[in-house]
Write a protein that binds this ligand. Sequence first.
Ligand SMILES: [Zn+2]
Length: 324
Amino acid sequence: MASSPPFYITTPIYYVNARPHLGHAYTTITADVACRFHSMRGTDTFFLTGTDEHGDKIVRAAKKEGLSPRTYVDRISGQFKDLWPQLNISYDRFIRTTDPAHMAVVEKILQKIHDEGDIYFSEYEGMYCYGCERFYTERELGDGKCRDHQTQPEVIREANYFFRMSRYQEWLVDHIREHSDFIRPERFKKEVLSFLKDPLEDLCISRPKSRLKWGITLPFDDRYVTYVWFDALINYVSALGYPDGEDFVKYWPSAQHIVAKDILKPHGIYWPIMLKAAGIPVYQHLNVHGYWNVDESKMSKSLGNVADPLAMKKDYPGRWPNRS
Ligand SMILES: [Zn+2]
């Protein structure tokens, strides 16, 4: 059989502030189906999933249950890991952002970008949503409230490290225009391009340890941990053994991601720019899907309307064989 290029697909790493629900299962089943398809055609495939385990929300969720962050993330991550085989999903690797090997790669990439001059230190005052763990611009807020949390962000002032995304804005617009299937389907590509019509603000990528300790320490300033997105996105390369692991060399050139539309911006803007700044080739495709709605609202833990994938499995038993 003629050999085709390998197929590498990832789900997002799921944030362990809540148990897995049908939305997580949908994304992961989609990745599994794509992987089975390519596998059956004789293509060498690699399927990555995992859990995102740092940040403020995790600390608060653990506290609520009276557990240390470590005990808490072990428990929830385990629930995700146990769920997938029960749905006949067969991933090749399950990564956790608390894995020491992942943490070492995050430090390496932060240091590299810092050495290149694309991370700088500055004071900042802005509107911060504790739920999202990020600052918002006035334009993003619209009516003054965070859309996801329906709360008014608080004004806070802080010295932090910033990632010079603005330097790469033009490059990213050109890249998206020249690679028409870089972000698909079309409507999400348009959404990213429309966002890029305005000047891109630099990204705050640190949190002072006085406010958050549960994260990866910046290799160039131990008073700070890195922002969760910077930590999380790097899993897609750390899981393959970046920079010189055999799997990285083999699979990264054909990388594609599947995400739901709520995380379009980190994947369609932050991540390609991080890769570019770190001197890593960008991924091939970002595949974006919508939400599972219950009535008119997105299925989510904070709204308390989640469907349990295992209960669904009982109602709709599958007959899929395991992928070999
Ligand atoms: Zn929010």
